[in-house]
Design a protein around this ligand. Structure first.
Ligand code: PSU
Ligand code: MN
Length: 297
């Protein structure tokens, strides 16, 4: 049976782990900012008292904990695929290099017993294409991790995404906020019923989930740091144009999310990229705190 292979740091670690996805390295952020951000997130997790395990596929081998060389290989992106849950068997059989999305990362993290994952924004329901649902939603419905993120990516239909999470039984919790964050912007206008202010509160909810025998993820949503936020009106304006470009160029499927993120970055002169990096680092910090609180059960 193909078991994920543990990286050097993961093998010796005694501390709690934080899983980090790698599709955002291979397909979410441009080189070399992607590599810098991946390394910065790992460092922040370590400083927060946990062990980072960036998860990805190297030559068909699912890896939990990547070396710097392997991170570079995914960041440089030569022939690197975006690997979602449905791609995992093909990626292994065909010996791909792959950046794993939230859905594939959740699966591999759970298989080695990791309980916390940090990312930027989860996938969800696409705007104007309600049939285009990210596999992230299905993985969240059936994998009992704590996922720290800044909500769903701003390119999505956030209201529909929230409804879908509710249908799947995934608790969505605001971290220091009563609103579902809008990724690049702190507020979406969609209120959340549950708010927490400490990692301990998150750990208590996760423990209760486990005691209940539920296997849903818990989605902890952290707004982008104040100084790095992009005003929602600006994002919406750029997004309208990016969506139009996608339509005209016929971009669809797995390519859609990376395409839209790239166009937004150009149209906002890098503002969305700055916000994306800032929130990724901040989410790594929060996730380390949660992993620690969970380990102190
Ligand atoms: N968050 C980011 N950048 C990204 C992604 C998330 O800040 O690139 C990636 C994640 O890996 C997520 C994936 O799982 O996009 C969703 O893609 P899709 O919509 O095709 O399921
Ligand atoms: Mn899709």
């Amino acid at each position: 049976m193909t078991q994920p292979v543990l990286g050097e740091e993961a093998k010796v670690a005694l501390k709690p782990f934080v899983a980090l996805e790698s599709a955002l390295i291979s397909h979410g952020l441009p080189y070399p900012k992607n590599l810098e951000t991946a390394q910065a997130m790992e460092k922040i997790v370590r400083e927060g008292g946990a062990t980072p395990a960036t998860i990805g596929i190297i030559g068909g081998e699912p890896r939990v904990g990547l070396s710097l060389e392997e991170l570079k290989r995914l960041a440089e992106g030569q022939g690197v695929r975006k690997v979602s849950l449905r791609d995992l068997p093909v990626a292994v059989a065909r010996r791909w290099d792959g950046g794993t999305t939230v859905s594939a990362t959740l699966y591999l993290a759970h298989r080695v017993g990791i309980r916390v994952l940090a990312t930027g924004g989860i996938g969800g329901v696409h705007r104007g294409k309600r049939w285009d649902l990210s596999a992230d939603l299905f993985a969240l419905a059936g994998t009992p991790l704590v996922v720290v993120c800044s909500g769903a990516k701003a390119i999505l239909d956030l209201a529909a995404t929230l409804e879908r999470l509710e249908t799947s039984g995934v608790p969505v919790i605001g971290y220091g906020t009563g609103e579902f964050p809008a990724f690049y912007s702190r507020s979406s206008g969609l209120s959340l019923e549950q708010r927490v202010d400490t990692p301990q509160e998150v750990a208590e909810i996760a423990r209760a989930r486990d005691e209940l025998g539920l296997s849903t993820a818990i989605l902890v949503t952290v707004p982008v740091p104040e100084g790095d936020e992009v005003p929602r009106s600006l994002v919406e304006e750029a997004l309208a144009r990016a969506l139009e470009m996608a339509e005209v160029q016929g971009v669809r499927g797995a390519a859609l999310t990376p395409f839209l993120l790239g166009r937004l970055n150009e149209l906002t002169q890098g503002a969305t990229l700055g916000a994306n990096i800032a929130l990724l680092k901040d989410n790594a910090r929060v996730a380390a705190g949660v992993a620690q609180a969970l380990a102190m059960a």
